[in-house]
Design a binder for this molecule. Structure first.
Ligand code: PHB
Length: 387
């Protein structure tokens, strides 16, 4: 072989070896637009896990390849996922902020046999759409059913429901209504609002006239819950004693920071509060603050990104040699560990998460407004059934 050719062969061999020593993970999230907070929270959670534990596992370097889905844009999500697989040769895709992104990518996951780690999108049916999906966030039924059961047994009997007009909203409305009415409550009326609505005055005026005891709300985290909460307060519903109930979206860590003391008393459910009293959470918060500053604090998405990355690293560590998609999925199915949110595990039958769901109330603790956990439903599965 001529020397130049031999050098080229060596170079290509070295590049090949290097490529095999890298695990590429596509990160598909909204990093811009109205849902940019999803990308910030989940992206920070993933980065923090790697910062704490290093980005080399079983001799392989972890490379994150980020793509901006821009929000609920299914065509864009599909195209980006396809490019990540065919051009960037990723082994795994993680992220998925909104349900429409995950649903759009499901056929690609199945066809390409690419494991996909869902870190937010929360409509139950998603994990049924591809055997290569595993979810580290929650489902709407999982979060909202305990809230319906709790509200009905805590003096709230008549509620108006307001939900975003897309799949997660329909699931939230149905799951809340089922649990709340089973406990003796009545849903006096329901409204569906577009996922880009920011003016809630007319909706809330109608609700005020109906005089319910409570309002159940699901709109995706971001700008909407802040706008809704502001109108709820400005129109005097809070002052009139109407209890606002919802998933964490209505009052997550960023919303609390915006509303100040007006948020005190809001009841919500979720799998995570940054005020969760555990050693794991204290460490998580301290490291998050050191890496990204004290505000915004991590919310349910931050912890889902962190735990999802933890699981990915465990799976890569277990497989060691090559990331075979079916072996990776088998490994994801046996994941169980102590998260900053409490104990979590993957149900191998559904590839969904089993976790604690907390009822929280906004309170001022040590000078800071927090979602204080006031009740825990342990080991809740994706259908919303507790142990
Ligand atoms: C979803 O689209 O699945 C979704 C988005 C935001 C949330 C919850 C669910 O806060």
């Amino acid at each position: 072989m001529r020397p130049a050719l031999a050098a080229l062969v060596l170079l290509l061999a070295a590049a090949g070896a290097r490529a095999e020593d890298t695990v590429r993970i596509g990160v598909l999230l909204p990093f811009s637009g109205p849902f940019a907070d999803f990308g910030m929270q989940i992206g920070n959670g993933m980065a923090l896990y790697l910062k704490q534990h290093g980005d080399v596992i079983a001799g392989k370097k972890i490379e994150l390849i980020r793509r901006d889905s821009e929000g609920a844009k299914p065509d864009r999500a599909r195209r980006l996922a396809q490019e990540l697989i065919t051009r960037d040769k990723v082994d795994i895709i993680a992220g998925f902020g909104l349900t429409p992104e995950a649903l759009a990518v499901a056929p690609i996951a199945t066809e390409a046999r690419t494991p996909m780690v869902i870190m937010n999108a929360a409509t139950s049916v998603i994990t049924e759409k591809s055997p290569y999906f595993v979810r580290f966030s929650f489902t709407l039924s999982q979060i909202v059913s305990p809230l319906g059961a709790w509200a009905a047994t805590h003096g709230i009997k008549r509620v108006y429901a307001v939900v975003a007009d897309y799949a997660p909203g329909y699931e939230a409305e149905a799951a809340f209504t089922k649990a709340f009415t089973a406990g003796g409550g009545e849903v006096a009326g329901a409204m569906r609002v577009p996922i880009n609505a920011l003016d809630f005055t007319a909706y809330l005026q109608r609700i005020k006239d109906a005089r319910p005891q409570g309002v159940f709300l699901f709109v995706p985290s971001g700008e909407q819950p802040i706008a809704f909460m502001k109108a709820f307060i400005d129109l005097g519903l809070a002052e009139a004693g109407v209890t606002l109930l919802g998933g964490t979206e209505i009052i997550d860590e960023t919303v609390i920071a915006t509303l100040g003391d007006k948020a005190v008393g809001v009841i919500s459910t979720q799998n995570y509060s940054s005020a969760h009293p555990s050693t794991e959470n204290r460490q998580f918060l301290a490291d998050w603050t050191a890496a990204f500053g004290a505000h915004p604090r991590p919310n349910f998405m931050g912890v889902a990104g962190y735990d999802g990355m933890h699981a990915i690293i465990e799976v890569i560590g277990k497989l060691r040699r090559e990331i075979d998609p079916d072996k990776a999925m088998a490994a994801f199915k046996s994941i169980a560990f102590m998260s900053p949110r409490g104990p979590i595990e993957i149900d191998p039958a559904t590839r969904d998460i089993v976790e604690s769901v907390y009822i929280r109330r906004v309170e001022r603790v040590d000078g800071e407004l927090v979602n204080k956990e006031i009740f825990e439903f342990a080991k809740v599965d994706a259908r919303g059934c507790a142990e």
